[in-house]
Design a protein around this ligand. Structure first.
Ligand SMILES: Cc1cc2nc3c(=O)[nH]c(=O)nc-3n(C[C@H](O)[C@H](O)[C@H](O)COP(=O)(O)OP(=O)(O)OC[C@H]3O[C@@H](n4cnc5c(N)ncnc54)[C@H](O)[C@@H]3O)c2cc1C
Length: 457
């Protein structure tokens, strides 16, 4: 009898994985503990539940997440089918009726003859080919065995996320490069200084900003080395000046002196086009962050591509424990998909489910495994999961910083279109080479006019 593929977890990644595997000819058993048992964030008895927002973010192919959705649609994604069938008006975003969305996902699973379902909690790692897609709230028992299998250093339980800005929107007249005690004007850190008055205004806003209430399953015991900035600030007005806003050794080339306080920005991606605010993990609401962080003069008009957050999130240290096809290095019959693998977001989780479903089937059929081109949004997520240069790996949403820079010089407003053109051309060529049929043609993409000065290669 042909071997079956086990998919554990019937969330976004698990459903997408099961349906992709079934479409490619695998016999699949999808195991989900609901409705017998629920994580603290899941409430619906259905598969494919959206746990929080009903938005799948931008629908525009010129944004990274819009491009990812276009690539998934071309590859036959079940999530995209369900989202299109249950969309609600949301301007340039793709939002869905969450109940009808879950019904649609479940109906696709039930209509697939290659998939059978089991309701039970899994507490051990399977010994046969399987995809682990149990999400950020993976049950404790399974998380524990996964921790032991990968060494507990490689399984994280909390996300402490610092905000990220784009370099070209930082006001460079108020910022300077420099490492602590290094040569002013040179170094890896972009320093954003605050005078005494600016710091006092910032501090007052920070300590009065609204915070996201903790969910009942979130234990407010933070690691001392990773405290939210507002928790540090609450200990006293000077605490931040001895912590993440310490000015010591950071000569401001404009004054030749240390400023009163400094926020340091560090490269977030390979090309340094995105920078994170070092030590600025926070539980402030996004709205409060938008007000408080703009009081840092260099960031007054910055584009924040990610806000800070801290929440329970079980995820693997992917660069150190997964291979480029999301298999556990120590257990190559086990794929890891979704948020547990180290991507962030509904769409990203489903995308990795789709890739794992296809590759798990190919593994069982003894076919070569597939890796999408790095210039695609799908490939960018794989690049993130394999980024061994990051010591403190954190889950990431898809963004253009994960893709190689464009070869041509392109006007800023057209960069998204240029990325999308390159990505979809490369995706279509790759599908052809691998003998995979696109399920729909690529969407139209706005024209791009390349600027006269070509980038030097
Ligand atoms: C509180 C919270 C809010 C979030 N809000 C958003 C948001 O608004 N937008 C966004 O894009 N992303 C959000 N995320 C991040 C992430 O995109 C979602 O968690 C997403 O659902 C992850 O997809 P997944 O398939 O990996 O996991 P899930 O969708 O969580 O699916 C995992 C499934 O596995 C099951 N399961 C768990 N353990 C076991 C076990 N041992 N045996 C059997 N079954 C098991 C669960 O019941 C669940 O159905 C949020 C995350 C959290 C924790």
């Amino acid at each position: 009898m042909a071997q079956e593929l086990l998919v554990i977890g019937g969330g976004l990644a698990g459903c997408e994985a099961a349906l992709a595997a079934a479409r490619f000819g695998a016999k699949v058993t999808l195991v989900e503990m609901k409705p017998a048992e629920f994580t603290p964030a899941h409430h619906s008895p259905r598969l494919g539940e959206l746990v929080c927002s009903n938005s799948l973010r931008s629908a525009q192919v010129t944004s990274a997440v819009g491009l990812l959705k276009a690539e998934m649609a071309i590859m036959g994604s079940a999530m995209i089918k369900a989202a299109r069938a249950t969309a609600v008006g949301a301007g340039k975003a793709l939002a869905v009726d969450r109940e009808r969305f879950a019904q649609h996902m479940e109906a696709q699973i039930e209509a697939e003859p290659n998939i059978s379902r089991e309701t039970r909690r899994v507490d051990q790692l399977p010994t046969t080919p399987a995809i682990l897609a149990t999400g950020p709230l993976t049950t404790e028992g399974l998380a524990e065995v996964l921790g032991k299998a990968t060494s507990s250093d490689h399984l994280h339980f909390y996300d402490a996320i610092a905000p990220i800005v784009t370099l070209d929107t930082v006001d460079m007249s108020s910022a300077y490069w420099g490492d602590r005690y290094g040569e002013p004007g040179e170094g890896d850190y972009l320093n954003c200084p605050l005078s005494k008055g600016e710091y006092e205004r910032f501090y007052a806003a920070l300590t009065s900003g609204a915070q996201v209430p903790l969910k009942d399953f979130e234990n407010p015991r933070f690691f001392e080395g990773c405290l939210p900035i507002e928790v540090m600030a609450a200990r006293g007005e000077k605490t931040l000046l001895f912590g993440p806003m310490k000015p010591v050794g950071l000569d401001d080339p404009r004054t030749g002196r240390w400023p009163h306080a400094v926020v340091q920005l560090r490269k977030e991606n390979r090309d340094g086009t995105m920078l994170n605010l070092v030590g600025f993990q926070t539980k402030l609401t996004y709205e409060a962050q938008n007000q408080v962080l703009r009081l840092i003069p260099a960031l007054a008009s910055a584009e924040f591509v990610r806000w800070g957050s801290i929440h329970r999130n079980t995820f693997l240290d992917a660069p150190r424990v997964l291979d480029p096809n999301q298999r556990l290095l120590a257990y190559p019959h086990l794929f890891v998909a979704g948020q547990l693998s180290g991507v962030e977001g509904y769409v990203e989780s489903a995308a990795m489910g789709m890739l794992c479903g296809i590759n798990a089937t190919r593994l069982m059929h003894k076919e070569a495994l597939l890796t999408p081109p790095p210039t695609t949004a799908l490939g960018g997520l794989v690049t993130h999961l394999q980024n061994k240069a990051t010591k403190d790996f954190q889950p990431s949403n898809v963004n253009f910083g994960l893709l190689p820079p464009l070869e041509e010089k392109v006007y800023k407003k057209q960069r998204g279109a240029a990325q999308a053109r390159r990505a979809l051309a490369d995706l279509m060529a790759w599908l052809k080479t691998e003998g995979l049929s696109p399920q729909e043609p690529p969407p139209p993409i706005p024209e791009v006019s390349y600027s006269k000065n070509k980038k030097k290669s």
